[in-house]
Write a protein that binds this ligand. Structure first.
Ligand SMILES: *Cc1c(COP(=O)(O)O)cnc(C)c1O
Length: 414
Protein backbone atom coordinates (compact mmCIF):
# COMPACT_ATOMS: atom_id res chain seq x y z
CA UNK A 1 0.00 0.00 0.00
CA UNK A 2 2.73 2.38 1.04
CA UNK A 3 4.87 1.54 -2.00
CA UNK A 4 1.89 2.01 -4.28
CA UNK A 5 1.40 5.46 -2.88
CA UNK A 6 5.02 6.35 -3.48
CA UNK A 7 4.71 5.27 -7.10
CA UNK A 8 1.58 7.29 -7.52
CA UNK A 9 3.02 10.48 -6.14
CA UNK A 10 6.65 10.27 -7.17
CA UNK A 11 7.35 11.97 -10.43
CA UNK A 12 9.61 9.94 -12.72
CA UNK A 13 12.70 11.89 -13.72
CA UNK A 14 14.09 13.13 -15.99
CA UNK A 15 10.96 14.65 -17.44
CA UNK A 16 10.96 14.63 -21.25
CA UNK A 17 10.05 17.97 -22.84
CA UNK A 18 12.07 17.66 -26.04
CA UNK A 19 9.39 16.20 -28.30
CA UNK A 20 10.48 18.42 -31.21
CA UNK A 21 13.76 16.51 -31.29
CA UNK A 22 12.11 13.12 -31.21
CA UNK A 23 9.10 11.47 -29.62
CA UNK A 24 8.89 8.20 -27.72
CA UNK A 25 7.25 5.48 -29.77
CA UNK A 26 3.63 4.93 -28.84
CA UNK A 27 3.25 1.43 -27.27
CA UNK A 28 0.43 0.78 -29.75
CA UNK A 29 2.91 1.34 -32.57
CA UNK A 30 5.48 -0.99 -31.01
CA UNK A 31 2.89 -3.72 -30.63
CA UNK A 32 1.98 -3.43 -34.31
CA UNK A 33 5.50 -3.69 -35.66
CA UNK A 34 7.01 -6.53 -33.60
CA UNK A 35 5.72 -9.39 -35.81
CA UNK A 36 7.34 -7.75 -38.84
CA UNK A 37 10.81 -8.38 -37.44
CA UNK A 38 10.33 -12.06 -36.75
CA UNK A 39 7.42 -13.85 -38.44
CA UNK A 40 6.46 -11.51 -41.28
CA UNK A 41 10.02 -10.60 -42.18
CA UNK A 42 9.63 -10.88 -45.94
CA UNK A 43 11.07 -8.53 -48.54
CA UNK A 44 8.20 -6.48 -49.95
CA UNK A 45 9.77 -6.83 -53.40
CA UNK A 46 9.75 -10.68 -53.32
CA UNK A 47 7.06 -11.61 -55.80
CA UNK A 48 7.34 -15.40 -55.64
CA UNK A 49 6.16 -16.40 -52.17
CA UNK A 50 3.78 -15.50 -49.35
CA UNK A 51 6.53 -13.87 -47.24
CA UNK A 52 6.93 -11.22 -49.90
CA UNK A 53 3.19 -10.88 -50.50
CA UNK A 54 2.53 -10.40 -46.78
CA UNK A 55 5.20 -7.73 -46.52
CA UNK A 56 3.91 -5.94 -49.60
CA UNK A 57 0.37 -6.01 -48.26
CA UNK A 58 1.55 -4.50 -44.97
CA UNK A 59 3.49 -1.78 -46.80
CA UNK A 60 0.50 -0.88 -48.98
CA UNK A 61 -1.75 -0.75 -45.92
CA UNK A 62 0.71 1.61 -44.23
CA UNK A 63 0.99 3.73 -47.38
CA UNK A 64 -2.77 4.22 -47.19
CA UNK A 65 -2.61 5.19 -43.49
CA UNK A 66 0.13 7.72 -44.21
CA UNK A 67 -1.73 9.11 -47.24
CA UNK A 68 -5.00 9.41 -45.30
CA UNK A 69 -3.44 11.57 -42.62
CA UNK A 70 -2.42 14.23 -45.15
CA UNK A 71 -5.28 13.89 -47.64
CA UNK A 72 -3.11 12.34 -50.35
CA UNK A 73 -3.49 9.38 -52.68
CA UNK A 74 -1.37 6.38 -51.57
CA UNK A 75 0.42 6.48 -54.94
CA UNK A 76 1.74 9.92 -53.98
CA UNK A 77 3.66 8.58 -50.96
CA UNK A 78 7.33 7.62 -51.38
CA UNK A 79 9.01 6.08 -48.34
CA UNK A 80 12.41 7.42 -47.30
CA UNK A 81 14.70 7.01 -44.30
CA UNK A 82 13.37 10.20 -42.71
CA UNK A 83 12.87 13.90 -43.26
CA UNK A 84 16.53 14.71 -43.89
CA UNK A 85 16.52 12.36 -46.84
CA UNK A 86 13.08 13.63 -47.83
CA UNK A 87 14.24 17.25 -47.86
CA UNK A 88 17.26 16.26 -49.96
CA UNK A 89 15.19 14.20 -52.38
CA UNK A 90 12.55 16.88 -52.91
CA UNK A 91 14.95 19.78 -53.39
CA UNK A 92 17.73 18.04 -55.32
CA UNK A 93 15.18 15.93 -57.17
CA UNK A 94 13.24 18.98 -58.40
CA UNK A 95 16.45 20.86 -59.20
CA UNK A 96 17.57 18.04 -61.49
CA UNK A 97 14.18 17.20 -62.98
CA UNK A 98 13.28 20.80 -63.85
CA UNK A 99 16.76 21.97 -64.88
CA UNK A 100 15.46 22.96 -68.31
CA UNK A 101 12.93 25.33 -66.80
CA UNK A 102 15.31 27.14 -64.44
CA UNK A 103 17.76 26.91 -61.57
CA UNK A 104 16.32 29.23 -58.93
CA UNK A 105 14.98 28.14 -55.54
CA UNK A 106 13.41 30.33 -52.86
CA UNK A 107 13.62 29.31 -49.21
CA UNK A 108 13.93 31.10 -45.85
CA UNK A 109 16.57 31.61 -43.19
CA UNK A 110 14.79 29.68 -40.43
CA UNK A 111 14.53 26.37 -42.27
CA UNK A 112 15.94 23.18 -40.78
CA UNK A 113 19.58 22.44 -41.63
CA UNK A 114 18.43 19.58 -43.85
CA UNK A 115 16.90 22.21 -46.15
CA UNK A 116 19.53 24.94 -45.71
CA UNK A 117 22.52 22.65 -46.25
CA UNK A 118 20.82 21.10 -49.28
CA UNK A 119 20.30 24.60 -50.69
CA UNK A 120 23.99 25.40 -50.08
CA UNK A 121 24.82 22.29 -52.08
CA UNK A 122 22.50 23.42 -54.88
CA UNK A 123 24.38 26.74 -55.00
CA UNK A 124 27.67 24.86 -55.39
CA UNK A 125 26.37 22.94 -58.40
CA UNK A 126 25.14 25.94 -60.34
CA UNK A 127 21.82 26.77 -58.69
CA UNK A 128 20.71 30.14 -57.35
CA UNK A 129 18.98 30.34 -53.98
CA UNK A 130 17.12 33.24 -52.37
CA UNK A 131 16.93 33.09 -48.57
CA UNK A 132 13.93 35.10 -47.38
CA UNK A 133 14.24 36.72 -43.99
CA UNK A 134 11.53 36.43 -41.35
CA UNK A 135 9.99 39.12 -39.15
CA UNK A 136 10.25 39.13 -35.35
CA UNK A 137 7.32 36.73 -35.20
CA UNK A 138 9.24 34.25 -37.36
CA UNK A 139 6.96 34.65 -40.38
CA UNK A 140 8.03 35.27 -43.97
CA UNK A 141 6.71 38.28 -45.86
CA UNK A 142 4.47 37.31 -48.79
CA UNK A 143 5.29 40.47 -50.74
CA UNK A 144 8.98 39.64 -50.49
CA UNK A 145 8.25 36.13 -51.64
CA UNK A 146 6.29 37.47 -54.61
CA UNK A 147 9.09 39.86 -55.51
CA UNK A 148 11.69 37.08 -55.33
CA UNK A 149 10.01 34.92 -57.99
CA UNK A 150 11.71 35.14 -61.39
CA UNK A 151 11.12 33.28 -64.68
CA UNK A 152 13.96 30.98 -63.55
CA UNK A 153 12.29 30.03 -60.26
CA UNK A 154 11.43 26.33 -60.12
CA UNK A 155 10.76 25.79 -56.43
CA UNK A 156 9.57 27.54 -53.29
CA UNK A 157 10.76 25.62 -50.21
CA UNK A 158 9.16 26.95 -47.03
CA UNK A 159 8.64 24.82 -43.95
CA UNK A 160 5.16 24.22 -42.57
CA UNK A 161 6.10 24.77 -38.92
CA UNK A 162 9.43 25.62 -37.36
CA UNK A 163 11.17 23.10 -35.12
CA UNK A 164 12.56 25.65 -32.63
CA UNK A 165 9.68 28.09 -32.18
CA UNK A 166 6.71 26.15 -33.58
CA UNK A 167 5.69 29.04 -35.83
CA UNK A 168 3.38 28.03 -38.69
CA UNK A 169 4.00 29.79 -42.00
CA UNK A 170 1.08 31.04 -44.17
CA UNK A 171 1.03 27.84 -46.20
CA UNK A 172 -2.17 28.46 -48.22
CA UNK A 173 -1.06 31.96 -49.24
CA UNK A 174 2.35 30.65 -50.27
CA UNK A 175 0.87 27.83 -52.34
CA UNK A 176 -1.63 30.16 -54.01
CA UNK A 177 1.19 32.47 -55.02
CA UNK A 178 3.29 29.56 -56.24
CA UNK A 179 0.42 28.23 -58.34
CA UNK A 180 -0.29 31.66 -59.87
CA UNK A 181 3.32 31.92 -60.96
CA UNK A 182 3.68 28.30 -62.09
CA UNK A 183 6.28 27.45 -59.44
CA UNK A 184 6.30 24.21 -57.43
CA UNK A 185 5.81 24.42 -53.68
CA UNK A 186 7.70 22.12 -51.35
CA UNK A 187 7.22 22.19 -47.58
CA UNK A 188 9.13 20.46 -44.80
CA UNK A 189 6.11 19.23 -42.87
CA UNK A 190 8.06 17.34 -40.21
CA UNK A 191 6.86 19.27 -37.17
CA UNK A 192 3.31 19.84 -38.38
CA UNK A 193 2.14 16.50 -39.75
CA UNK A 194 0.24 14.56 -37.11
CA UNK A 195 -0.03 17.61 -34.83
CA UNK A 196 -2.21 19.97 -36.88
CA UNK A 197 -4.52 19.14 -39.80
CA UNK A 198 -2.15 19.16 -42.77
CA UNK A 199 -4.00 18.50 -46.02
CA UNK A 200 -2.08 18.56 -49.27
CA UNK A 201 -5.17 19.44 -51.31
CA UNK A 202 -6.49 22.27 -49.11
CA UNK A 203 -2.98 23.52 -48.44
CA UNK A 204 -1.97 23.38 -52.12
CA UNK A 205 1.25 21.49 -51.42
CA UNK A 206 3.14 19.93 -54.36
CA UNK A 207 5.86 18.17 -52.39
CA UNK A 208 6.33 17.52 -48.68
CA UNK A 209 8.79 15.70 -46.44
CA UNK A 210 7.96 14.27 -43.01
CA UNK A 211 9.18 11.63 -40.59
CA UNK A 212 7.79 9.01 -38.20
CA UNK A 213 9.97 9.64 -35.15
CA UNK A 214 8.50 13.11 -34.53
CA UNK A 215 4.99 11.66 -34.36
CA UNK A 216 5.35 8.67 -32.02
CA UNK A 217 6.59 6.29 -34.71
CA UNK A 218 9.99 4.62 -35.12
CA UNK A 219 13.23 6.33 -36.13
CA UNK A 220 14.77 5.85 -39.56
CA UNK A 221 11.56 5.98 -41.57
CA UNK A 222 9.82 8.87 -43.26
CA UNK A 223 8.13 9.78 -46.50
CA UNK A 224 7.77 12.39 -49.15
CA UNK A 225 4.52 13.36 -50.76
CA UNK A 226 4.81 13.98 -54.51
CA UNK A 227 1.71 15.36 -56.23
CA UNK A 228 0.43 13.27 -59.15
CA UNK A 229 -2.12 15.63 -60.66
CA UNK A 230 -2.65 19.38 -61.14
CA UNK A 231 0.26 19.38 -61.74
CA UNK A 232 1.94 15.99 -62.05
CA UNK A 233 5.23 16.44 -60.21
CA UNK A 234 8.36 14.35 -60.65
CA UNK A 235 11.66 14.23 -58.83
CA UNK A 236 14.92 12.73 -60.03
CA UNK A 237 15.99 9.84 -57.79
CA UNK A 238 18.95 10.51 -55.54
CA UNK A 239 19.46 6.83 -54.73
CA UNK A 240 19.53 4.49 -57.71
CA UNK A 241 18.98 0.77 -57.48
CA UNK A 242 16.13 -1.66 -57.97
CA UNK A 243 13.57 0.96 -58.94
CA UNK A 244 11.56 0.74 -55.72
CA UNK A 245 9.03 3.45 -54.87
CA UNK A 246 8.15 4.18 -58.48
CA UNK A 247 11.80 4.68 -59.31
CA UNK A 248 12.15 7.68 -57.02
CA UNK A 249 13.83 5.92 -54.10
CA UNK A 250 15.50 2.55 -54.50
CA UNK A 251 16.44 0.21 -51.67
CA UNK A 252 14.73 -2.65 -49.86
CA UNK A 253 11.81 -1.24 -47.94
CA UNK A 254 12.07 -0.96 -44.15
CA UNK A 255 8.91 -2.99 -43.61
CA UNK A 256 8.67 -2.81 -39.78
CA UNK A 257 9.46 0.91 -39.92
CA UNK A 258 6.84 1.51 -42.58
CA UNK A 259 4.22 -0.50 -40.69
CA UNK A 260 4.99 1.54 -37.56
CA UNK A 261 4.88 4.80 -39.49
CA UNK A 262 1.46 3.84 -40.86
CA UNK A 263 0.14 2.98 -37.40
CA UNK A 264 1.58 6.23 -35.97
CA UNK A 265 -0.24 8.18 -38.70
CA UNK A 266 -3.49 6.38 -38.00
CA UNK A 267 -3.19 7.16 -34.27
CA UNK A 268 -2.35 10.82 -34.92
CA UNK A 269 -5.37 11.15 -37.14
CA UNK A 270 -7.61 9.43 -34.62
CA UNK A 271 -6.28 11.27 -31.54
CA UNK A 272 -5.37 14.66 -33.02
CA UNK A 273 -8.29 16.63 -31.69
CA UNK A 274 -8.18 15.22 -28.16
CA UNK A 275 -4.37 15.39 -28.02
CA UNK A 276 -4.38 19.00 -29.17
CA UNK A 277 -6.91 20.11 -26.56
CA UNK A 278 -5.05 18.38 -23.73
CA UNK A 279 -1.50 19.26 -24.78
CA UNK A 280 -2.19 22.89 -25.71
CA UNK A 281 -3.84 23.43 -22.30
CA UNK A 282 -0.66 22.18 -20.61
CA UNK A 283 1.48 24.31 -22.90
CA UNK A 284 -0.58 27.38 -22.03
CA UNK A 285 -0.29 26.63 -18.32
CA UNK A 286 3.47 26.27 -18.66
CA UNK A 287 3.79 29.47 -20.65
CA UNK A 288 1.59 31.47 -18.29
CA UNK A 289 3.50 30.13 -15.32
CA UNK A 290 6.91 31.04 -16.72
CA UNK A 291 5.83 34.45 -17.98
CA UNK A 292 5.18 35.38 -14.36
CA UNK A 293 8.93 35.75 -14.18
CA UNK A 294 9.92 39.32 -14.99
CA UNK A 295 11.75 39.94 -18.26
CA UNK A 296 10.75 36.66 -19.87
CA UNK A 297 9.64 36.66 -23.49
CA UNK A 298 7.97 34.20 -25.83
CA UNK A 299 9.90 33.82 -29.08
CA UNK A 300 7.91 33.79 -32.30
CA UNK A 301 4.25 34.23 -33.08
CA UNK A 302 1.87 32.92 -30.44
CA UNK A 303 -1.02 33.19 -32.87
CA UNK A 304 0.40 31.09 -35.71
CA UNK A 305 1.96 28.32 -33.69
CA UNK A 306 1.90 24.58 -33.09
CA UNK A 307 -0.21 23.60 -30.07
CA UNK A 308 2.55 21.76 -28.19
CA UNK A 309 5.51 24.12 -28.47
CA UNK A 310 6.73 27.21 -26.70
CA UNK A 311 10.09 28.92 -26.75
CA UNK A 312 10.92 31.41 -24.00
CA UNK A 313 13.92 33.64 -23.33
CA UNK A 314 14.83 34.79 -19.84
CA UNK A 315 16.70 38.07 -19.91
CA UNK A 316 19.65 38.60 -17.54
CA UNK A 317 20.22 34.87 -17.23
CA UNK A 318 23.28 33.13 -18.51
CA UNK A 319 22.42 30.28 -20.89
CA UNK A 320 24.74 27.57 -19.58
CA UNK A 321 23.82 28.18 -15.97
CA UNK A 322 20.18 27.97 -16.93
CA UNK A 323 20.51 24.47 -18.38
CA UNK A 324 22.76 23.29 -15.55
CA UNK A 325 20.16 24.39 -13.04
CA UNK A 326 17.74 21.62 -13.90
CA UNK A 327 19.02 19.40 -16.71
CA UNK A 328 19.27 16.42 -14.38
CA UNK A 329 15.51 16.61 -13.96
CA UNK A 330 14.14 18.07 -17.20
CA UNK A 331 15.21 17.15 -20.72
CA UNK A 332 14.75 20.05 -23.11
CA UNK A 333 16.61 22.08 -25.71
CA UNK A 334 18.02 25.55 -25.44
CA UNK A 335 19.09 28.14 -27.98
CA UNK A 336 22.46 28.18 -26.35
CA UNK A 337 25.62 26.98 -28.06
CA UNK A 338 26.51 24.62 -25.23
CA UNK A 339 23.83 22.17 -26.23
CA UNK A 340 24.52 22.10 -29.94
CA UNK A 341 27.42 21.20 -32.18
CA UNK A 342 28.00 24.76 -33.38
CA UNK A 343 29.39 27.60 -31.30
CA UNK A 344 26.79 30.11 -32.41
CA UNK A 345 23.52 30.47 -30.55
CA UNK A 346 20.37 29.43 -32.42
CA UNK A 347 20.31 30.86 -35.95
CA UNK A 348 16.53 30.69 -35.87
CA UNK A 349 16.28 32.99 -32.85
CA UNK A 350 18.90 35.31 -34.33
CA UNK A 351 16.80 35.48 -37.51
CA UNK A 352 13.93 36.81 -35.38
CA UNK A 353 16.24 39.65 -34.36
CA UNK A 354 17.21 38.39 -30.91
CA UNK A 355 20.60 39.38 -29.57
CA UNK A 356 23.10 36.72 -28.54
CA UNK A 357 22.12 37.12 -24.87
CA UNK A 358 18.42 36.41 -25.39
CA UNK A 359 19.15 33.63 -27.88
CA UNK A 360 21.49 31.96 -25.37
CA UNK A 361 19.01 32.21 -22.53
CA UNK A 362 16.13 30.61 -24.40
CA UNK A 363 14.45 27.30 -23.70
CA UNK A 364 12.41 25.27 -26.15
CA UNK A 365 9.57 23.31 -24.60
CA UNK A 366 8.24 20.52 -26.77
CA UNK A 367 5.31 18.84 -25.06
CA UNK A 368 3.87 15.59 -26.27
CA UNK A 369 1.26 12.88 -26.03
CA UNK A 370 2.75 11.51 -22.82
CA UNK A 371 3.32 14.81 -21.01
CA UNK A 372 1.39 15.11 -17.73
CA UNK A 373 0.08 18.01 -15.67
CA UNK A 374 2.37 16.97 -12.80
CA UNK A 375 5.40 17.24 -15.08
CA UNK A 376 4.35 20.73 -16.14
CA UNK A 377 3.85 21.81 -12.56
CA UNK A 378 7.30 20.51 -11.59
CA UNK A 379 8.85 22.25 -14.62
CA UNK A 380 7.34 25.63 -13.84
CA UNK A 381 8.65 25.43 -10.27
CA UNK A 382 12.13 24.16 -11.21
CA UNK A 383 12.70 26.79 -13.88
CA UNK A 384 11.30 29.62 -11.80
CA UNK A 385 13.65 28.62 -9.01
CA UNK A 386 16.69 28.39 -11.29
CA UNK A 387 16.05 31.69 -13.05
CA UNK A 388 15.46 33.46 -9.73
CA UNK A 389 18.64 32.00 -8.22
CA UNK A 390 20.77 32.89 -11.24
CA UNK A 391 19.47 36.43 -11.27
CA UNK A 392 20.22 36.87 -7.59
CA UNK A 393 23.87 36.22 -8.45
CA UNK A 394 23.88 38.37 -11.58
CA UNK A 395 25.38 41.87 -11.57
CA UNK A 396 23.40 42.65 -14.75
CA UNK A 397 20.16 41.82 -13.00
CA UNK A 398 21.16 44.00 -10.07
CA UNK A 399 21.84 46.90 -12.42
CA UNK A 400 18.53 46.33 -14.17
CA UNK A 401 16.77 46.42 -10.81
CA UNK A 402 18.53 49.70 -10.03
CA UNK A 403 17.09 51.14 -13.22
CA UNK A 404 20.26 51.15 -15.28
CA UNK A 405 19.56 50.39 -18.91
CA UNK A 406 21.98 47.61 -19.75
CA UNK A 407 21.27 47.75 -23.47
CA UNK A 408 22.67 51.32 -23.48
CA UNK A 409 25.85 50.18 -21.77
CA UNK A 410 26.31 47.36 -24.21
CA UNK A 411 25.88 49.78 -27.11
CA UNK A 412 28.69 51.91 -25.70
CA UNK A 413 31.10 48.98 -26.16
CA UNK A 414 30.50 48.78 -29.91
C1 LIG B 1 13.65 16.57 -37.24
C2 LIG B 1 13.50 17.42 -38.44
C3 LIG B 1 14.09 17.03 -39.65
C4 LIG B 1 14.95 15.81 -39.78
O1 LIG B 1 14.20 14.64 -39.72
P1 LIG B 1 14.92 13.20 -39.63
O2 LIG B 1 13.83 12.24 -39.89
O3 LIG B 1 15.46 13.13 -38.24
O4 LIG B 1 15.97 13.15 -40.66
C5 LIG B 1 13.86 17.85 -40.75
N1 LIG B 1 13.12 18.95 -40.66
C6 LIG B 1 12.55 19.36 -39.51
C7 LIG B 1 11.73 20.59 -39.48
C8 LIG B 1 12.74 18.61 -38.36
O5 LIG B 1 12.19 19.00 -37.22
Amino acid sequence: MYLCEINLYMLQKPIYLDNNATTPMDPRVLETIIPYFTQQFGNAASRNHPFGWEAEKAVENAREQVANLIGADPKEIIFTSGATEGDNLCIKGVFEMYAQKGNHIITCTTEHKAVLDTCRHIEKIGGAVTYLEVNKEGLINLEELKAAITPKTILIAIMYANNEIGVIQPIKEISTLAKERGVLFFTDGTQAVGKVPVNVINDGIDLMAFTAHKMYGPKGIGAIYVRRKNPRVKVTAQIDGGGHERGMRSGTLNVPGIVGFGKACELCQQDMQADTIRISAMRDTLEKGLLKLEESYVNGSTQHRLPHVCNISFKYVEGEGLMMGFNKDIALSSGSACTSASLEPSYVLKALGLGDDLAHSSLRFGLGRFTTNEQIEFTINAITETVTKLREMSPLWEMFKEGINIDDIEWAHH
